[in-house]
Structures are given as structure tokens and as C-alpha cells.
Design a protein around this ligand. Structure first.
Ligand code: 6PG
Length: 231
């Protein structure tokens, strides 16, 4: 019996407001973690929505030396490929701040789903994240956890899953599991655009879409642009 997921919906007027609120959430979470534990462990969302957030983070005044960056998923493409989630984050943000390279935990997705998943499991083993950023796909997926596929939501599930049949190209991907994504003090979804209305409606109606499976002790926060709210 899965525990009920507490979800807080924060409807914001436009994508810029979603960006600004997300940056505020991340900055506050980082300041708290750095003060209390001397380190900040964040999991990044893929796709295009977070790009504006990453660009804004490039200007954040913080102790980058103690940030640890992970990825919720990665596409099985060459490392420098423009469609890699790590490239989006690097170009918008991480190439412009002094984050120690050893603390930038890139998924070696170029190895293929199985080998990359096996290798990345070592990077996230035992890590309790401070903040997990996620996006929402139009079919209700999040990270690379797609409807009809294993989500890794059962006790003892693997932290990292190989994906060979993703509905969103490329079909070969690597994804943190629901269980691993849920091992965080905070979970924040970024949802913008009218294209997400149907997935949001299904989520708010209580449908068990993959995004709705991710949970968090303090509740999951969804930063939702007004345009993505079902009419
Ligand atoms: C990916 C992402 C995926 C993404 C959603 C939303 O690799 O594509 O991890 O889960 O977050 O598909 O994508 P957009 O932000 O581009 O709408």
C-alpha cells in the first residue's frame, strides 16, 4: 500500500514567475543545507523547462565548493550532444560557476542504459538528497519514468533504472527510480505550458501517473504556470 503523497500546487502567473520561485526554493534549500550540513545535494530535471532556472542559478551567490549535482535522468547520447540533459545544465549554468568537477555527477549514458545505470547506482548509493527538481511530460512521465514501464517504487527497488523504450526520444535512457527520487528533503516539479494541461488534470484527479508516485516527507511542491492549469 503506497503512502498518500502530499502535493502542494502553487499556481504562478507565467513561466518567469515559475523560474523565479524555483530559484528562490533552490537558493533557500542550499543555504539551509550548507549551514546545517556543510553540503547541498541537488538532483536536476531534464528537458527544456528548467533551462531558464539554470541560467538564473549561474548568477547565484553561494558556496559552490560544497554543492553536489546529480541528474534525475539522462538520454543515451554522446557526452557533448546538445540534447543531453547534462549539456543543458552545463551550457546554461555549471560551466559558469566553480563547482568542483568531482561533485558534478554526470550519468555516463553514452555507455548505454544497462551499463550507465549500473555505474550511476554507485554515485547515488546512500545519498539523501536535499532537493530534487523534476519536470512533467505530457503523458504524465517524470525523469525517464514512463507510463507502463517499471517505476522502481517498491521497497528495495533499484536506485537507477535502464530505459530502452522511452516514449519521448531518444528511446534509450537512464533514470533514477521513484524510490531514489523520493529520498529527498524536498521535491519540486516545474510545469509550464498548455501542453501539460491534460497530465496536470489527470494528476489532480488522483490518477497514478508516474509523476504522482514521487513522494517526500515534507510533501511535493508543484510550481505550475497558470497556462498549464486545466481550464
Ligand atoms: C527529459 C526529462 C523529462 C522532462 C519532461 C518535460 O529527459 O526529457 O527528464 O522528464 O522533464 O519530458 O520536458 P520539457 O521540460 O521539455 O517539457
Amino acid at each position: 500500500m503506497s503512502r498518500k503523497v502530499v502535493t502542494r500546487w502553487r499556481v504562478l502567473p507565467d513561466a518567469l514567475a515559475v523560474r523565479d520561485h524555483a530559484v528562490q526554493c533552490i537558493a533557500q534549500a542550499a543555504a539551509k543545507a550548507l549551514t546545517e550540513r556543510g553540503a547541498f545535494h541537488i538532483v536536476l530535471a531534464g528537458g527544456s523547462t528548467p533551462r531558464a532556472v539554470y541560467q538564473a542559478l549561474a548568477g547565484l551567490q553561494t558556496d559552490w565548493q560544497n554543492w553536489h549535482v546529480y541528474y534525475g535522468d539522462e538520454r543515451c547520447l554522446p557526452p557533448e550532444h546538445a540534447e543531453r540533459n547534462s549539456q543543458t545544465a552545463m551550457q546554461a549554468w555549471l560551466a559558469h560557476v566553480p563547482l568542483p568537477a568531482v561533485q558534478h555527477h554526470v550519468i555516463a549514458a553514452e555507455l548505454g542504459p544497462e551499463r550507465a545505470a549500473e555505474q550511476y547506482a554507485g554515485a547515488v548509493a546512500g545519498v539523501n538528497f536535499d532537493l530534487v527538481l523534476l519536470g512533467l511530460g505530457e503523458d504524465g512521465h517524470t525523469a525517464s519514468l514512463f507510463p507502463g514501464n517499471p517505476l522502481g517504487n517498491e521497497p528495495g527497488a533499484a536506485d537507477v533504472l535502464p530505459v530502452n523504450n522511452a516514449a519521448k526520444p531518444p528511446s534509450a535512457r537512464v533514470s533514477l527510480s521513484v524510490a531514489c527520487l523520493s529520498r529527498s528533503r524536498q521535491v519540486v516539479f516545474l510545469v509550464t505550458g498548455a501542453g501539460k494541461r491534460e497530465a496536470v488534470a489527470r494528476w489532480r484527479a488522483g490518477e497514478a501517473i508516474p509523476a504522482a508516485q514521487v513522494r517526500c516527507e515534507k510533501g511535493v511542491e508543484v510550481l505550475l504556470e497558470q497556462a498549464a492549469l486545466p481550464t
